[in-house]
Ligand binder design. Structure first.
Ligand SMILES: O=P(O)(O)OC[C@H]1O[C@](O)(COP(=O)(O)O)[C@@H](O)[C@@H]1O
Length: 336
């Protein structure tokens, strides 16, 4: 690898150029998606800089008398304003807003964006990697947009991604043609393609779960984690890695393989993670990278949500690892 050449590389594959190339294959594409994506990218750049300077800019801690992080409020505001000002959206669903936002007809487009402006917020104060998660649907015709346009199975999504604010700022994106990652070059202010066509290893050496909830797990989950720790087939035990920030845990799983699980338990029978803007986007990316995502009952992307903040258990990651837990739930199902 000729680092000198790399440092002076002039043929820069920015995320805009990459998506323009992808969309140029479709004669009907008018650049609307690229314009929408550029506004999401703007939001990510803003949040990245805010997270980096959070300690200095007194952006750490809760907003006023609320139990919401200042950065959560700020991130939500910048994404809602960027998405509305793109002129390409009609419905916005944010983890931070109880109700969906219906964009004024004068500024409306055909894309519906579901997003978690800053996921893993419990990790903000201690500087652990956090991220933004988003999914994009499109309404097929010019009908008056309704919630039904977002309460769609995840497999209807056009695109999904996340931006991780960690040691570097990395935006991972899929428009349904594989998964690519772009790293923010702060000197250029541009996301540059650094991880083309990501494929998750078929089987991994890592399992990622909050074992603190173990006493409340159902049978198949408890058996699966036991199997990871004490495999009976002579294979070596898996290592436990859990950051408690979905974007960071899923990013590691995508690149290194293994499985991330947030199962249901007696305390939260529907799990913790939200279907529209956590489970669906991450499941979309996993499938596009050759992995899979399972709810304990079905393929995650086949789920049809009935509420915008609905939760679901999720098991996602390397194909073979998720197959193992699917087998345990199928066996459990047969017993019932
Ligand atoms: O602390 P727990 O129960 O393990 O939950 C951690 C999970 O919750 C999250 O922080 C989401 O919660 P928030 O939406 O409240 O940020 C995920 O990023 C993470 O995977």
């Amino acid at each position: 690898m000729d680092h000198a050449a790399d440092a002076h590389r002039t043929d820069l594959m920015t995320i805009t150029r990459f998506v323009l190339n992808e969309k140029s294959k479709y004669p009907e594409s008018r650049g609307d998606f690229t314009i929408l994506l550029n506004h999401i990218v703007l939001g990510c750049k803003f949040v990245c800089s805010a997270v980096n300077k959070a300690g200095l800019a007194k952006l750490i801690g809760l907003a006023g008398e609320t139990n919401v992080q200042k950065l959560d409020v700020l991130s939500n505001e910048v994404f809602v304003k960027a998405l509305v000002s793109s002129g390409r959206t009609c419905i916005l669903v944010s983890e931070e807003d109880e109700e969906a936002t219906f964009v004024d007809p004068s500024k409306r487009g055909r894309y519906c964006v579901v997003f978690d402006p800053l996921d893993g917020s419990s990790n903000i104060d201690c500087g652990v990697s956090i991220g933004t998660i988003f999914g994009i649907y499109m309404i097929k015709d010019n009908h008056e947009p309704t919630l039904d346009d977002v309460l769609q199975p995840g497999k209807q999504m056009l695109a999904a991604g996340y931006c991780m604010y960690g040691s570097s700022c990395t935006l991972v994106l899929s428009t349904g043609e594989g998964v690519n990652a772009f790293t923010l070059d702060p000197s250029l202010g541009e996301f540059i393609l650094t991880h083309p066509d990501i494929k998750i290893p078929k089987k991994g050496k890592i399992y990622s779960v909050n074992e603190g909830n173990a006493k409340n797990w159902d049978g198949p989950t408890a058996k699966y984690v036991e199997k990871c720790k004490f495999p009976k087939d002579g294979s070596s035990s898996k290592s436990l890695r859990y950051i408690g920030s979905m974007v960071a845990d899923v990013h590691r799983t995508l690149l290194c393989g293994g499985i991330f699980l947030y199962p249901a338990d007696k305390k939260s029978p529907s799990g913790k993670l939200r279907v529209l803007y956590e489970v669906f986007p991450m499941s979309f990316l996993m499938e596009q990278a050759g992995g899979q995502a399972f709810t304990g009952k079905q393929r995650a992307l086949d789920l049809v949500p009935t509420k915008i903040h609905e939760r679901s258990p999720i098991f996602l990651g390397s194909f073979d690892d998720v197959e193992d837990i699917k087998a345990l739930y199928t066996a459990e199902g047969k017993k019932e």
